[in-house]
Design a protein around this ligand. Structure first.
Ligand code: ARG
Length: 588
């Protein structure tokens, strides 16, 4: 199904052509003065110079050709040469009914699906999840759902940080505490225990203890580094501990992400990429891409057009150890082998942008990925507290994700209990649903690349541009529809009828924009635009609601038209929040 912008652009092109002007001028956009018109075309201005004619004249000639158009109720020419458009109520209701008949509400899938990998989440195993990882999970999940909705084959990969120094630290601390364990007995040849020698609670204590200790104690640090080296070079006992750490951590991570409504297709990590490193390094040397620089193996990626320095990609340290660059390159080797993706999108803190510039350039230059692969860095800003500094706990420590979620849920619970529309046992579940929406919407409604302030009071408010406000609107629609059904009314086979007043039309126009907005959100990977859209949609709905007797409308046909419009509005809203990664409760 064509979007409305596409349809009326086609109409406009015809009008330009008929008047003897280039159709390319006939670009229609949403009006930025909704008080004056709904859509507009500024093509006459663009054509003035070319045709040596006042724009107003061109506009009038074009407008003349639109007088009989089924799309428009009014086509006005305004000085110096704008063409202002108002859609006819019939065209609007017809279009909405057509949308309602489609499963995807008029959004077209890609004719040829792309294979797209999204690298997001990126938690570090055995370290607690903190708010920094929250943004990657929230934004990545939404981007994944949007791209998938457009009919692409999307693979979400969590890309665990599971191969680093933190593993050596845990092994070292475990050895200090329990030297008797078989993992530390070099002569041990039997099978290691199936049961991990720690619980997740212990693991979460071991890591920070070891990390703090290593900062003060040089010898301990050396030992941890050495343990990391042994693990990475095949020490059997350490590998067995590593497996335990992975099992315990991943089980816990899965629980956490599930609570966030975030789902990965792949649980691969840095460790999985290691086996591709030796061949890759050999290739880089054989083909002459890599050179030695003070003992380190590097690939130059500076380009002539750069106006700042882009340091070489680091492949191996002088002691032969692989680095972050190496792992990300090897992961691309693996992804090429397993999926041949059309694009790989990395949703990572924008402070890592240079790293990805280096990796992408190196991968393209050396043929690790095909030239046509679109490697995209979707960098996000920092989540700050109300003081404008990176988010901290009240005590000033790093805020753990769990605590943050707990704080929000408590706040939500209080508000929901105050509302008294839900029973106590339901209130807790509802608080979780609404709390998650508060967090996600609070994040996604900002342009991803910008820093933003995490403000619990504002995010949990039922008013203003917030997740709870959106949910409240959906719940309101659901409750009207439920009452309508209680009164014996049906929700199926209803048709939207041409709008009869401005509030109704404004709501319809906003619903109508859905597929046009979705195209832009998809093209730009911009969930914040979807948020802005549903905020406006919720506003238009609420205005309409306050101005209209819906259930008490006596004219049955009119009422059925309203109900159809409500059903469609709810579908659009629910679809959109689904793409943002949250859902609405029944009551709140
Ligand atoms: N684990 C990393 C971190 O916490 C993020 C990983 C991002 N993805 C990647 N392919 N490097 O900073």
């Amino acid at each position: 199904m064509k979007t409305l912008l596409e349809l009326i652009t086609m109409e406009m092109r015809g009008a330009f052509a008929k008047a003897g002007y280039d159709e390319e001028l006939a670009k229609v956009t949403l009006s930025n003065r909704p008080d004056l018109c709904e859509y507009q075309c500024n093509g006459a201005m663009a054509g003035a110079k070319r045709y040596q004619k006042p724009p107003f004249m061109i506009a009038e000639e074009v407008a003349e050709n639109l007088q009989d158009s089924v799309y428009f109720e009014a086509v006005d020419v305004v000085k110096p040469g704008f063409i202002n458009l108002k859609l006819s109520p019939n065209c609007v209701s017809d279009y909405l009914n057509e949308m309602a008949a489609k499963e995807k509400l008029g959004v077209e899938e890609e004719a040829v699906p792309n294979i797209i990998i999204i690298d997001y989440g990126g938690p570090n195993v055995a370290k607690p999840l903190h708010v920094g990882h929250l943004r990657s999970a929230i934004i990545g999940e939404s981007v994944k759902r949007i791209i998938r909705f457009k009919g692409n084959r999307v693979i979400g990969d969590i890309h665990l940080g599971d191969w680093g120094y933190q593993m050596g630290l845990i092994i070292t601390e475990l050895k200090r505490r329990r030297p008797d364990l078989p993992y530390f007995d070099e002569g041990f040849e039997g099978e290691y225990p199936k049961e991990a020698p720690f619980t997740i609670g212990e693991l979460e204590e071991i890591y920070p203890t070891a990390s703090a200790y290593a900062k003060e104690n040089e010898e301990y640090r050396e030992e941890a580094l050495h343990a990391t080296y042994l693990l990475q070079n095949g020490c059997r006992g350490y590998r067995a501990i590593w497996e335990h750490i992975m099992n315990v951590s991943v089980t816990d991570l899965k629980k956490n992400y599930e609570r966030l409504n975030v789902e990965f297709d792949l649980w691969k990590g840095e460790a999985d990429a290691q086996k591709y490193i030796p061949d890759m390094v050999q290739m880089l040397k054989d083909k002459g891409y890599a050179r030695y620089d003070e003992g380190a193996l590097v690939v130059d990626v500076q380009e002539e057009t750069d106006n700042k320095e882009v340091p070489p990609c680091m492949i191996l340290k002088s002691d032969g150890a692989a680095l972050y660059d190496t792992t990300d390159l090897a992961t691309l080797v693996e992804r090429e082998k397993d999926y041949q993706p059309d694009a790989v999108i990395y949703v990572v803190d924008k402070r890592q942008e240079m790293h990805f510039t280096q990796v992408f350039r190196c991968a393209k230059k050396t043929g690790i990925v095909r030239q046509e692969v679109d490697l995209k860095f979707l960098g996000f800003g920092t989540m700050n507290g109300k003081d404008g500094k990176p988010f901290k706990t009240r005590e000033g420590g790093v805020m753990r994700l769990e605590s943050l979620i707990r704080d929000i849920n408590e706040e939500m619970y209080k508000k929901i209990m105050d509302n008294r529309t839900v029973e106590e046992d339901e209130a807790e579940r509802t608080a979780q649903t609404v709390g998650l929406a508060a967090i996600k919407y609070g994040d996604l409604s900002n342009q991803a690349s910008k820093d933003y302030i995490f403000d619990v009071d504002r995010f949990t408010s039922f008013e203003g541009n917030t997740g709870p406000y959106i949910l409240y609107t959906i719940v309101r629609i659901k409750s009207i529809l439920a009452k309508h059904q209680e009164n014996g009314g049906g929700l199926e086979e209803l048709a939207v009828r041409p709008a009869e007043n401005e509030y109704e039309k404004a709501l319809m126009l906003q619903v109508l924009k859905f597929n046009d907005v979705l195209e832009a959100v998809y093209e730009e990977l911009a969930p914040h635009k979807l948020c802005a859209y549903i905020y406006e949609l919720a506003n238009e709905f609420n205005k309409f609601y306050h101005e209209t007797k819906i259930l008490s409308e006596e004219d049955e046909e009119k009422k059925s038209g309203y109900i159809a419009l409500l059903v469609l509005t709810r579908r659009v809203l629910e679809l959109c929040i689904g793409l943002l990664g949250f859902e609405a409760p029944e009551r709140m």
